[in-house]
Design a protein around this ligand. Structure first.
Ligand SMILES: Cc1cc2nc3c(=O)[nH]c(=O)nc-3n(C[C@H](O)[C@H](O)[C@H](O)COP(=O)(O)OP(=O)(O)OC[C@H]3O[C@@H](n4cnc5c(N)ncnc54)[C@H](O)[C@@H]3O)c2cc1C
Length: 231
């Protein structure tokens, strides 16, 4: 079941507005930005799904900015650097290893084309038709303007659950199932609506991983059989 990535690339079509936003934002779509990516017809909003390999192509020899401190940001930084981009990785936390696996942090810290800015946020984006620079701020220090041709945000994910009405959801929009429901449920993966099951990223509390989504789906089949047998 779907959850929408907020991995956003301000890669190609960036429409200037008045003032930049901080990348403290959890989602790129609900904060104003100097460079707002155009809505994607496929996804119906401004985020570009950075899992697609093509999203990181075309930056050979160019400076780019990656925002985020978890594995997705680390993978993107390495992927861009491997394709010849010079990467500024902006991390709000003070310790890169706090939320990123060591297999990534080790490679990032050793990579000559990746600069890491911990304890920092992006406060401004600037340019003409396309992005040319970003301002990175760290409390107590002078803001730094960095050349940048693209900004990739990996700062969280919003569930695409607006269409799914009539089931209980957590405050953040992820769908509650079985023991997560206030009243509980006899069947694993069952939502508050009879015969409606939720699996994968959309399920509240799930580990957002491929293996979890696949396992959820396989396991939910038993619940579906049990629900049908109970009729
Ligand atoms: C940048 C990035 C890197 C990642 N790296 C890893 C990694 O290295 N290892 C790992 O294990 N996991 C990784 N993940 C997480 C992994 O991609 C997800 O956990 C997994 O894809 C979840 O699967 P899913 O089926 O629940 O959701 P999704 O893969 O999001 O699939 C949901 C599908 O539902 C479709 N959909 C949306 N709305 C509707 C609708 N109304 N009707 C019908 N279909 C709809 C969507 O188009 C989509 O195809 C990464 C995620 C991101 C964003």
């Amino acid at each position: 079941m779907p959850a929408r990535s907020t991995a956003a690339g301000c890669r190609t079509r960036c429409a200037p507005s008045n003032r930049a936003s901080s990348t403290n934002a959890r989602s790129s779509e609900n904060r104003s930005s100097s460079y707002a990516p155009q809505p994607s017809p496929r996804q119906g909003h401004s985020a570009i799904d950075a899992r697609r390999r093509t999203d990181v192509r075309g930056y050979e020899g160019r400076p780019v900015t990656v925002v985020g401190g978890a594995n997705s940001a680390g993978q993107a930084a390495l992927s861009l650097a491997a394709r010849g981009a010079t990467v500024d990785l902006v991390v709000r936390g003070h310790d890169l290893a706090a939320r990123m696996s060591s297999y990534l942090t080790d490679r990032i810290q050793a990579h000559s084309r990746i600069r890491v800015h911990t304890g920092s946020t992006v406060s401004e984006l600037a340019g003409g038709d396309t992005l040319t620079s970003v301002v990175v701020e760290r409390p107590g220090e002078r803001p730094q303007r960095l050349a940048s041709r693209a900004l990739f945000c990996f700062v969280g994910a919003d569930p695409v659950s607006g269409w799914l009405t009539g089931v209980a959801k957590a405050e953040d929009g992820f769908v509650l199932t079985d023991v997560g429901l206030p009243a509980g449920s006899a069947l694993p993966y069952q939502t508050s609506a009879p015969r409606v099951f939720a699996v994968g990223d959309l399920r509240s509390g799930s580990t957002k991983r491929v293996a979890t989504a696949v396992g959820d789906g396989a396991s939910a089949v038993s619940s579906v059989h049990a629900a049908l047998a109970g009729d």
